[in-house]
Design a protein around this ligand. Structure first.
Ligand SMILES: [Zn+2]
Length: 460
């Protein structure tokens, strides 16, 4: 131990984050255990905090008897290697796709990434949701498939699959690996991630049930050792609660707040659900428009804690504000937005030039951008996506690019600003009918091409 106390080495300089000029004694760092940080950085957490009793056991090192002789021998043995490592300087940052820059989405590089294969011959429509970011900006993914339905769903052996992005050392490459498959009693019509807690997601099944699931990480998190992390953390999907809707299955689901879900139904019903230990019916509203106008909801998106936009079969779009959730005095204001000619297939919340906006798409592939910040001035953008019909779209994070699943696993990209149309080639076969983009704008999943989903990575 004395040897180490007297050791004085050349100071190896790293850029300090604080306390400029402070020189630490080597002995301190070598023989003591670093104290626990006072605060964990909550901003990087992706999972629900567990109760302390379920966390990794408390360290008991302070109560252990340390054999100082053995420790000194060990330290002497490892010190030359440690010093050698320190003299090499910090490890250079990996400049793989984890690079940052001031490149806008308009200059994004998009690459065909990974194929995910589902089984089942009858199923022809893909359905998926991106959950919380797990590693390297890659979120956890849940996927399922649904059969086309004219009537009652008798598909009793559907599954919901959980894919977790896993880092493949060396470098930053991630692979989405299936870690869980849970059985469903019917096809899912829609999935929706809780934007306020992305480990929680809702699904409506064709038998009229609304399910709330929690994707839970079990094991040690925050370990810097990639291999240890891969072996110690597992993921589970727990059903938190479930309820049956009085208005059949939902055509759209979205979250007004962390604990309030809206389900939208074909008959024009909009149900507000309180999400807690149980899923409780709160109030239902009816989309009542003029007598000769359709109220068959086909798409919806929530904008704030009491505002949402619905699209209907005849191409109309309404922005709705709930002014009272009370079952006794429920009240909802409805204002029309610019109408489409064909059925609304997709509504997206986005920002265009920094302003809040809603993008709508109809079955003919016509896209409208509606300014929400200033209701009096609607942006004049009307974009016609070239035929064949595009019935589903997603948008880039900055709202400048509209993505649509192309034929044979390709991705069609339309730049709203300059009108350029690019196609990222695919290697699958068939016509896509589903697309969703992760909230960070880095990942897109399209499907279903026969039995396959296609994942794309967007570098920006
Ligand atoms: Zn079905």
């Amino acid at each position: 131990m004395e040897d180490l106390s007297d050791y004085s080495s050349e100071v190896v300089e790293f850029l300090p984050t604080q306390q400029l000029g402070k020189v630490c004694q080597m002995i301190e760092a070598c023989v003591s255990t670093d104290p626990e940080p006072l605060n964990r950085d909550q901003s990087v957490e992706t999972t629900l905090q567990s109760h302390t009793s379920t966390q990794t056991e408390v360290s008991t090192t302070q109560q252990c008897q340390v054999d100082e002789q053995k420790l000194a021998v060990w330290l002497r043995k490892i010190y030359p290697a440690v010093e050698e490592q320190l003299l090499k300087g910090p490890t250079p940052l990996n400049t793989g796709y984890d690079s940052f820059g001031n490149i806008s989405d308009t200059e994004s590089k998009i690459q065909t990434y990974q194929k995910i294969t589902m089984e089942g011959l009858e199923n022809s429509i893909g359905i998926a949701a991106w959950l919380s970011v797990h590693t390297n900006k890659a979120p956890i993914l849940v996927v399922s498939t649904k059969a086309p339905h004219d009537d009652w769903c008798d598909h009793l052996q559907q599954t919901l699959k959980l894919f977790v992005p896993k880092r493949m050392p060396p470098g930053n490459f991630v692979i989405f690996s299936e870690v869980k498959s849970i059985p469903l009693k019917a096809c899912l019509s829609v999935l929706s991630t809780n934007a306020y807690n992305k480990s929680v997601f809702a699904g409506s099944s064709m038998d009229g049930e609304i399910h709330i699931w929690l994707c839970r990480s079990v094991g040690r998190a925050g370990d810097s050792n990639v291999n240890a992390k891969a072996t110690s953390v597992t993921h589970e999907i727990d059903e938190m609660c479930c309820a049956t809707s009085q208005h059949s299955y939902a055509v759209a689901l979205d979250w007004l707040t962390e604990n309030r879900l809206l389900s939208f139904h074909e008959n024009g019903a909009i149900i507000s659900w309180a999400v807690g230990k149980e899923l409780l019916f709160e109030t239902d509203f009816q989309l009542k428009v003029q007598a000769n106008t359709s109220n068959e909801i086909t798409s919806a998106v929530c904008l704030s804690s009491n505002t949402f936009v619905v699209g209907v079969k005849d191409g109309s779009i309404f922005i709705c504000t709930i002014t009272s959730f009370s079952a006794m005095r429920k009240q909802m204001e409805i204002i029309p937005l610019r109408k489409h000619v064909f059925t609304i297939s997709t509504l997206l919340k986005t920002t265009i030039n920094g302003l809040r906006a809603v993008v709508s798409c109809d079955l003919s592939g016509q896209v409208h951008c509606h300014s929400i910040t200033n209701m009096d001035v609607e942006a004049p953008d009307v974009i016609q996506i070239p035929l064949p019909f595009k019935n589903v779209i997603a948008s880039s994070k900055d709202g400048n690019i509209i993505y649509s699943p192309g034929i044979d696993g390709s991705l069609e990209c339309y730049n709203i600003q300059n009108g350029t149309h690019t196609i990222i080639d695919g290697v699958l076969s068939g016509k896509g009918n589903f697309i969703t983009c992760s909230e960070n704008g880095n990942w897109i999943i399209t499907g279903l091409y026969v039995d396959d989903f296609q994942i794309f990575y967007v570098e920006h």
